[in-house]
Design a protein. Structure first.
Length: 419
């Protein structure tokens, strides 16, 4: 069963407005170092002035890069000097215009992000800056994606979840017409005192009474529930797992209710087009374009919701505003958030764009401002990623892979290992 939408390249059909911002400092550095920031400071000041216009402003700078704290005052002083040349005066704490500059970096170098706020309007841009990266930054990605193949099935798989009960784990595999339940018992040998994990063993099969024609690109979702084991969402149908994990039962009914896409949001699914319509519950008070997947990204000011747009770059919904994400031109349609001890604590696992004729990939990204920054090397996939959903505890992603050599379906758990 081919899934025609996997994995279309994103169309970068938006124009990012460049705005520059720089950071300040109070310590003098050698002239050779200062020369590194002269041109970026001049460029950023010119673009900030074009957005803010002449007059008093407030300026704040935050360093999230490998730059030494001793370098920040010099960058700020150079920026203030260049802004004065355009009539933009830094220092008035009562000004209605504020400029916030974030100095960040990715594997390609520095990235200076400026936000110019005037009243309720915020304009943002990013400027790449050449940096001499320290040895640890130049060494490579800061995490490695590790996959574990749980089971292999001959029939199409839509989703899978690992659920726990005292002394046991259960793997539930969702197919279009049934749910396979596997058990994995943990035993403690008396002599060694070390847990020995058995292989997954099929324990139960739950038939799904799906009495309509399957869509060409079939999609399904399995969610762990609070007052019963799980819920299943299929095109035009919703099912509930009842009983307990040792002896499950399944009840299903016709439904066009929205599907859960994050821990706080649901969205209506269009099975004829294999995407979510953009109508969310609860909504954000704005019109949204159709999207393939969504992910929630924790932030200090409140969570941001990333929507993997069908026809353009991924979008962030932040404070009820839509912001395009840069650096995601090679993303495919699948994205899932996972929480780890690495980096910022939240990564996005993303499939690659293209037809995956030579094999697909999975890669981890973090979102800094509005920039997608790769934080892992690509994990090679000998086949095509057919589905990618977060695990119920959020620490792993569940990937469904169609093998290139056998057309069998593998269920993977994908986790982040910190380097």
């Amino acid at each position: 069963m081919e899934r025609a939408r996997y994995n279309p390249p994103q169309q970068m059909n938006f124009r990012a407005r460049l705005l520059v911002a720089a950071a300040a400092l109070a310590f003098l550095l050698p002239g050779a170092l200062a020369a590194n920031w002269e041109q970026p400071s001049a460029d950023l000041a010119r673009q900030i002035a074009a957005l803010a216009g002449p007059g008093p402003v407030q300026l704040t700078v935050e360093n999230r890069s490998s730059l030494s704290p001793n370098e920040i005052p010099l960058i700020r002083r150079m920026l203030e000097r260049d802004l004065r040349g355009y009539g933009v005066l830094v220092g008035d704490s009562g000004s209605a215009t504020t400029i916030r500059v974030t100095l960040s970096q990715n594997a390609q170098g520095g990235l200076w992000v400026a936000e110019v706020r005037e009243g309720t309007e915020t304009r943002v841009a990013m400027v790449p800056v050449r940096l001499d990266l320290p040895a640890d930054a130049a060494a490579g990605p800061n995490l490695t994606l590790q996959r574990t193949v749980l089971v292999t099935e001959p029939d199409p798989v839509l989703d899978a979840q690992v659920l726990s009960a005292p002394g046991q784990q259960f793997l539930l595999v969702l197919e279009p017409a049934r749910i396979l339940v596997y058990t994995q018992s943990t035993t403690l040998p008396a002599t060694a005192g070390v847990a020995v994990i058995a292989h997954w063993t099929e324990a139960q099969i739950l038939a799904i009474p799906y009495d309509r024609a399957f869509p060409r690109d079939m999609r399904g979702r399995m969610i762990a529930a609070q007052d019963h084991p799980f819920d299943v969402y299929l095109p035009g149908m919703e099912c509930r797992g009842t009983g307990n994990l040792l002896q499950l039962a399944l009840t299903c009914s016709d439904s066009d209710d929205p599907w859960p896409i994050t821990t706080t949001q649901k969205a209506f699914y269009n099975s004829a087009r294999d995407y979510f319509t953009g109508v969310l519950v609860p909504g954000f008070g704005m019109e949204l374009a159709p999207f393939y997947e969504a992910a929630e990204i924790p932030r200090a000011v409140g969570p941001a919701t990333l929507l993997n747009d069908v026809n353009g770059p991924p979008l962030l919904v932040v404070n009820n505003q839509l912001e395009p994400v840069n650096g995601a031109g090679d993303w495919g349609s699948d994205v899932a958030a996972l929480h780890s001890a690495c980096g910022t604590g939240t990564q996005l696992v993303v499939s690659a764009s293209g037809t995956a004729a030579a094999g697909d990939t999975l890669r981890a990204y973090e979102i800094a401002g509005r920039e997608a920054i790769p934080v892992s090397a690509p994990l090679q996939v000998q086949g095509t990623v057919m589905a990618l959903w977060p695990a119920h505890d959020g620490t792993e992603a569940m990937a469904i892979v169609r093998r290139q050599d056998s057309n069998a379906y593998e269920v993977w758990s994908v986790a982040a290992n910190c380097n």
